[in-house]
Structure formats: C-alpha cells, structure tokens
Design a protein around this ligand. Structure first.
Ligand SMILES: C[S@@+](CC[C@H](N)C(=O)[O-])C[C@H]1O[C@@H](n2cnc3c(N)ncnc32)[C@H](O)[C@@H]1O
Length: 219
C-alpha cells in the first residue's frame, strides 16, 4: 500500500486519475515537459492506410497543436505532397514550426496561424509560414477542390462551421475525417447528424480511439 502524505503527491495522484483514461491521446513534449493532445496510435495507423489506399498528396488539418499528426502526414504524402495546417495558439504554432524543421518536413508544409473558420476567408490570417518562411499576410492559399484529405481536430463546437468551409476545398472522391466523434458525441451531435445525412457525403463512424467520422465526397 502506498500512503500519500504531502499535498504534492495527493495532487499528482488526483491528476493521474483524471488523465489516466486519456493517456493514449496525450503526448509529452520532451523540451517543455508539458502534455499535449494528439491522435492515438491506432487512429494514426488507420490514417496511414488511408493515405496509401487513396494516394493522398494534399492535406488540410484544422488543429496543428505541436505538429505530431501533421509531421506524420507530411512524411506520408511524399516529396511532391503538401500539408496545410491551421493553429490559433501562438506557443503551439511555434513548437510545431520547430518540430517540422527538426524532422526535415517543413518543405512540404504550409503553417497558418489563425482561427478557423475565419482563416479561410483570407483577411483574418495572422501569419503564414511556407517552408518555414513568413509570407505576406492575407495571401490566398486556398483553391477550390485542392485537398485529397481534410482532418478536423480543433474546437468541437465549431466542426459544422469548419465543414461548411472545407467542403468546397476538398476534391470529389476526397475524404474529410473528424476526430472525437465518440468521446465528444454530445457536443458533436448536430455535426454528426448533418454529416451523416449530407447529400454530398458518404459517412462512416469508426469506433476506435476517440471515434473517427470518415466522410467521402460524392458530388
Ligand atoms: C487536439 S489538438 C490537435 C492535435 C493534433 N492534430 C495532433 O493530432 O497532434 C487541437 C488544437 O486545435 C487548436 N484549435 C482549437 N480551436 C481552433 C480554431 N478555431 N482554429 C485554429 N486552431 C484551433 C488548439 O489550439 C489545439 O492546439
């Protein structure tokens, strides 16, 4: 039996109980020693398979965090691929920039610092980094039907707004994937129902990890 006597041990114990269930979705950043949300391994493995099966070359991600998922996407799309990733939090944006440079994938990435969905309207973009270089603010980086694969992984209450913006940017036959559709099923209730019944989408809910809603575009 372990006896907890001091307030720090009791605090750590309570913290462990709270995060225990979420450990597979958290990663420890070795430099800052902080925990960050990320895609669990099983989900990443499914994504890798999907990238191979559908020969994914162009990706849009909403919710970069510190760049764990997008650095993997950048490796999977290959030399001629492109990953555009959006993050509103200054520190995480910067940590992701360093990760992309360390992992040698920054050539395949466009990092956008800004808040989705406004970021897609152009005027609200705070900063764009292309190949690690800052470029003109407000530069139009989005073109109709430019993405094979879109990943929604930011604020759950905003998923419907993201969907509205990313639909015209996704190719016919392309795939939009939303995370947390079982863990946050209540918050995402309307999004899931509208996506499942959307006339331009064929959707499937994968009940692995946090729940992935896969939607194929069929215009
Ligand atoms: C779950 S984390 C992303 C994890 C990352 N995709 C991964 O798997 O490694 C969500 C991130 O979305 C960002 N975020 C939340 N709402 C946002 C918004 N409206 N626009 C841009 N970024 C947002 C948060 O700051 C946070 O870093």
């Amino acid at each position: 039996m372990r006896v907890l006597r001091d307030i720090k041990s009791i605090y750590n114990f309570i913290y462990y109980i709270i995060i225990k269930e979420h450990l597979q979705s958290l990663m420890l950043d070795s430099i800052s020693k902080k925990l960050f949300w990320t895609l669990p391994d099983d989900s990443l493995n499914i994504f890798k398979e999907l990238f191979e099966i559908f020969a994914v070359k162009s990706v849009l991600e909403i919710g970069t965090s510190i760049g764990n998922s997008s650095s993997k996407f950048a490796k999977w799309v290959g030399d001629d691929g492109l990953v555009v990733t959006v993050e509103s939090h200054d520190e995480r944006f910067e940590m992701a920039r360093k990760r992309f440079a360390d992992e040698g994938v920054e050539e395949r990435l466009i990092q956008i610092k800004g808040h989705a969905p406004e970021v897609f309207d152009g005027d609200h973009v705070k900063e764009i980094l292309i190949n690690g270089q800052s470029v003109e603010i407000g530069r139009q980086v989005f073109k109709p039907e430019m993405f094979d694969f879109v990943f929604l992984d930011a604020t759950k209450m905003e998923y419907l707004k993201y969907l509205e913006k990313v639909l015209p940017l996704t190719k016919n036959g392309g795939l939009i994937v939303a995370d947390n559709c079982t863990t946050h099923s209540q918050a995402l209730n309307e999004f899931i129902e509208k996506t499942m019944n959307h006339p331009d989408l064929n959707s499937y809910l994968l009940e692995i990890d946090n729940g992935l809603l896969l939607s194929f575009i069929k215009r």
